[in-house]
Design a protein around this ligand. Structure first.
Ligand SMILES: C[S@@+](CC[C@H](N)C(=O)[O-])C[C@H]1O[C@@H](n2cnc3c(N)ncnc32)[C@H](O)[C@@H]1O
Length: 342
């Protein structure tokens, strides 16, 4: 790959952060993710990752793996479906989940697409589009006939709250059945970043963030548009180090603190007119596990939400991501991305 010196600032620079973490993980002998392309791209970019981002950490890797899982399951049900990846940066997800039929639209700002295109050029099923996610003209490049899955990973927190709401509502309005996955930050971290105090290293401070959501606010997403049939939380599990292995699981169980842990969750909103009132791919992931690997307890709010939601259309579930076990449990995952997981 030709070496490139990217001149990225502000939010677009964060795509190097995510790439760095995925590539660092993929290099490990016990890697959670198999992503040789991320390694090649990271090596080809002239950038002092460690100086800016410090030691690699696995949060963004788990985020990517969770999204991979959801996408693979969705693609099983939607052959030749259309994936729209908003704020795609240097994600190599297309290559990780490609089933030979998926069509992929990577949407990002022009400076980010310029870098992306030099490593991940357009092909018959993969297209890069230089367009802000907030400029809804990207919708004209989407073919919704086989279903649409929108990802917005590491993106929405940088938008102002009314913009996030407008974007989500526009997607729900435009496509008859669509599913969307995105991660959210709790308010305290958003406030920290907005104040310029989310310092990664002496040389790098995360850009300002504006949209946050605590766990106890997830249900408000459903009110954003009448077509939104369901919102699910996928708690963040797995990862390396003391924080991910011990502190976070404890944090997620502590009442009070748990509401502020949505930074570590991936939210999925599935909506549609009429019959799209479930999120089958998550169920499929759960059901594919042997019973002893399925989560033993549900979220505290689950039964409440079930009781109060009309026809069970609003549900928050827990998806257990035991990193090794999930991969072993799903032949697809272990075959495609994780020969080293076992
Ligand atoms: C944290 S990176 C995430 C990249 C990728 N999703 C990943 O996980 O590796 C945030 C990305 O959002 C992109 N971005 C920022 N503002 C955007 C906008 N208005 N429209 C589309 N993309 C945007 C940035 O250029 C960057 O690529």
């Amino acid at each position: 790959m030709p070496p490139i010196e990217p001149n990225l600032k502000g939010v677009p620079e964060t795509m190097l952060w995510a790439l760095y973490n995925r590539a660092a993980e993929a290099r490990r002998p016990d890697a959670l993710i198999v992503d040789p392309l991320a390694i090649q791209i990271a090596d080809a970019i002239k950038y002092d990752y460690a100086r800016s981002f410090g030691r690699p950490e696995s949060g963004q890797v788990i985020r990517a793996l969770l999204t991979d899982q959801l996408l693979r399951a969705w693609l099983d049900d939607h052959p030749a479906g259309q994936v729209v990846a908003l704020g795609e940066g240097l994600e190599t997800q297309f290559h990780r989940v490609d089933d030979g039929r998926v069509r992929w639209l990577a949407v990002d700002l022009p400076e980010a697409i310029a870098v992306r295109s030099s490593f991940l050029p357009d092909s018959d099923r993969h297209r890069n589009l230089a367009c802000s996610a907030l400029d809804l003209r990207w919708m004209e490049a989407v073919d919704p006939r086989q279903g649409v899955f929108v990802t917005a990973v590491g993106l929405l927190k940088y938008f102002h709250p009314p913009d996030v709401r407008r974007l989500v509502a526009a997607i729900a309005e435009r496509y008859p059945t669509v599913e969307m996955v995105f991660d959210v930050m709790p308010h305290f971290l958003v406030r920290l970043a907005r104040a310029g105090r989310y310092r990664r290293t002496a040389h790098y401070t995360a850009p300002a963030m504006y949209w946050g959501l605590n766990r106890d606010e997830l249900q408000t997403l459903r009110t954003w548009h009448r077509n939104i049939a369901e919102v699910r939380e996928i708690p963040f599990r797995g990862g390396r180090g003391v924080w991910y292995r011990y502190v976070l699981p404890l944090w997620q169980r502590l009442p009070g603190l748990a509401t502020a842990c949505s930074r570590w969750c991936t939210c999925g909103a599935g909506w549609g007119k009429g019959d799209c009132n479930r999120f089958p791919q998550v169920d499929a992931v759960e059901q594919s596990k042997p019973p002893e690997w399925r989560p033993k307890s549900s979220l505290p709010g689950r039964s409440f939400l079930r009781r109060t939601a009309p026809a069970g259309r609003f549900l928050i579930i827990r998806l257990a991501l035991h990193r090794r076990r999930v991969c072993r449990a799903q032949g697809r995952v272990s075959l495609r991305c994780a020969s080293r997981w076992a």
